[in-house]
Design a protein around this ligand. Structure first.
Ligand code: WTA
Length: 632
């Protein structure tokens, strides 16, 4: 273990209490062991879970980069999330606690109850003609049924595709079409920040043009008036009463490599792409990372405050906590409604021990001051986590001091939709540096390369790559294997290109700088410049558009766009506002630009590519760099 003098910069060391409680006390020893024999490490982790049939091979790399894990193994992630626990003391322990936005309703489910709910939903989904391998789109808010729906699909071998409930009808339609979903699961509406989000109405608009959709299953949450198509739409609470909803539903035996879900995310080009994850390796990866990084133990009350619609919610709200047998908490609303103490109230009320959230939420809450969290008893907390974007040391220290009372280590976890699981992350016993995710997880190897593919010197910035396969890695882009290869494995053959730039310091600690591709990370949400630009160009006033990201105090990055208007259209403030609205409507309110500017000309290369970096430099008053390829 490094002593204080050996590490550079500001370092926070684990307390004796953290050391005493930690599952792995000697990080270096396990890291060394796992590095030496990484497939052995993953096989050990996999052995802690139950398999219908054990695998023949841990890693099959005969067709790179289409890696396969635990081939020959038969498994179902739901068997390990739920069924397995029913034979143990966990049967009557709480799996999930939920609180409504207004705080008037609490629902809780033991593992036994979880099984009952998931089984019922699985029976209903099956009755709607969904079979193993079929896709189901889930478009919901944060209510327990979103987890039941995901688990029900997995239980019967269907592939879920969750679309974040903040996306527009257009965005939803594109994703339903691309995945060719037979069934959409939604709710009448969702309570958020004191308003109703019209989920069912958005589904109606989206599926109008989606012939693949045979049925829409609707959960009643708000009870407000919505339209129901008598042939296509079904109320869940009515289906529940039918005989088909009851009785056993066997958990399907899946091949380890059978698909579990697809999840759309923004890439550097074109429309969002569907990242595909599978039952076996994904399960092992998230089980192991949650176990070691948050050191989840029986009796923990774990709260990941993300949305199930993003990968963080998939891995670490729905599947991960159940795999480790934790009690997880889900909150319907946002952090600051009606008052900025809403989260701290929940921590106090339920005795939350582990809190996992995003820097943007921390920065947002920081602005309201310390008095809000200080009103509440936060002494149950023992560990904090951060994800989604680089956390600025200011926010890290506030989180550590004001929320964690300098007692709780902050686990800054770097990972992606594609990686499925934490990749660069501390475990509780590691000395921490605010703003660094420390080192690669056990069995993971990362490098930082220059354009030529050579490792850069410590301290220099470069492309972050992962040089060894890992079990929860994406298997492909659904329906576009070519793009899987070109996007992730072609710039540096044989190495996984994350799309982030990073540097490593003299202590071997990694510091993520940000995206190097055309992805803008707004409040931890990934948006492609191409998506935003095509939304703008779909407006009749706009001929061409360019989107860039600029620093934003709370969101991390805000979207700024430049538009070239069609002939005869006059720029105005009203038009600028209309275009901001338009993007928000076409994609989602999260994509709403901070600012729309009008230009007569966009800076382009001679081959016609928009030079976003020039716009960015201009806006920040920085040198514009090499302009040799600029048109004129
Ligand atoms: C960024 C979210 C710095 C990064 C799990 C990555 C981070 C992208 C961190 C993936 C972190 C995520 N520190 N940057 N701890 N976590 N990122 O797919 O740019 O929504 O490539 O997955 O978020 O976003 P995604």
């Amino acid at each position: 273990m490094a002593t204080k003098k050996e590490l550079e910069g500001e370092v926070f060391y684990p307390s004796e209490q953290v050391m005493a409680q930690a599952r792995v006390k000697d990080w270096d020893a396990l890291a060394k062991k796992a590095d030496k024999d990484f497939t052995g490490f993953w096989a050990d982790e996999a052995s802690e879970l139950e398999w219908f049939k054990k695998w023949d091979k841990v890693l099959d790399d005969s067709n790179k980069p289409f890696y396969k894990w635990f081939t020959g193994g038969k498994v179902n992630i739901v068997h390990n999330c739920i069924d397995r626990h029913l034979k143990t003391h966990r049967k009557n322990q709480l799996a999930l606690i939920w609180e409504s936005e207004d705080g008037r309703e609490t629902r809780s489910f033991s593992y036994f109850a979880m099984n009952r709910e998931v089984t019922r939903m699985a029976n209903i989904i099956k009755a709607m003609g969904v079979r193993k391998g079929d896709r189901v789109t889930i478009y919901m808010g944060r209510i327990p049924e979103i987890a039941f729906a995901m688990l029900a699909c997995a239980k019967i071998g269907a592939v879920h595709s969750v679309v974040f409930g903040g996306f527009s009808a257009d965005a939803l339609r594109g994703r339903i079409e691309d995945s060719d979903s037979k069934l959409v699961v939604t709710q009448d509406g969702n309570f958020l920040n004191g308003k109703i989000i019209e989920l069912k109405r958005t589904v109606d608009e989206a599926v109008k043009k989606c012939p693949s959709v045979e049925n829409v299953l609707v959960i009643r949450r708000t009870g407000h008036e919505i339209e129901m198509d008598p042939l296509r739409d079904h109320w869940y609470h009515e289906m529940e009463k039918l005989p088909i909803a009851n009785g056993k539903c066997t958990t399907e035996e899946m091949d380890a490599e059978d698909p579990l879900y697809i999840l759309y995310t923004s890439g550097s080009t074109g429309k969002p792409k569907a990242v595909l994850h599978v039952h076996g390796g994904y399960m092992v990866g998230i089980y192991s990372t949650l176990k070691y990084v948050f050191d989840a133990q029986d009796g923990d009350r774990y709260w990941c405050a993300a949305d199930p619609g993003w990968v963080t919610g998939h891995s670490y709200i729905v599947y991960g906590p159940l795999l480790v047998g934790a009690t997880s908490f889900m909150f319907e609303g946002g952090p600051a409604y009606p008052y900025p103490n809403r989260w701290w109230q929940c921590v106090e009320r339920y005795g939350i021990t582990i809190l996992y959230t995003a820097p943007t939420a921390i920065r947002g809450l920081m602005r309201f001051g310390e008095a809000w969290p200080n009103k509440h008893d936060l002494s149950s907390l023992r560990l904090l986590g951060s994800v989604g974007e680089p956390i600025n040391p200011e926010a890290w220290k506030w989180y550590h001091r004001v929320i964690g009372k300098e007692r709780c280590p902050v686990m800054d976890t770097w990972w992606q939709t594609e990686t499925g699981m934490f990749m660069i992350t501390p475990t509780p016993v590691m000395p921490l540096k605010p703003g660094s995710g420390t080192k690669p997880f056990f069995g993971i190897r990362a490098e930082i390369l220059n354009d030529a593919g050579e490792p850069v010197k410590d301290g220099d910035e470069g492309y972050l790559v992962i040089t060894r396969p890992w079990p929860a890695m994406l298997r492909t882009i659904y329906g576009d294997a070519e793009r899987y290869v070109s996007q992730y494995w072609s710039k540096f053959p044989g190495k996984y290109l994350a799309g982030d730039s990073a540097r490593r310091d003299a202590d071997g600690y990694y510091w993520i700088i940000g995206r190097v591709d055309d992805v803008i990370n707004v409040s931890g949400h990934r948006l492609g410049t191409a998506e935003i630009e095509s939304a703008l160009v779909s407006h009749p006033a706009v001929a061409e558009a360019a989107a860039i990201g600029l620093p934003h105090e709370v969101k991390g990055t805000g979207i700024h766009v430049f538009c070239l208007l069609r002939a005869g259209i006059v720029p105005s403030d009203a038009l600028s506002e209309e275009l901001r609205q338009h993007v928000s409507k076409v994609i989602s309110p999260i994509a709403r630009p901070e600012e729309v500017k009008f230009l007569d000309k966009l800076p382009k290369t001679r081959s016609g590519k928009i030079m976003r970096r020039v716009l960015k430099a201009r806006m920040q008053g920085l040198p514009e760099g090499d302009l040799s390829t600029l048109e004129d």
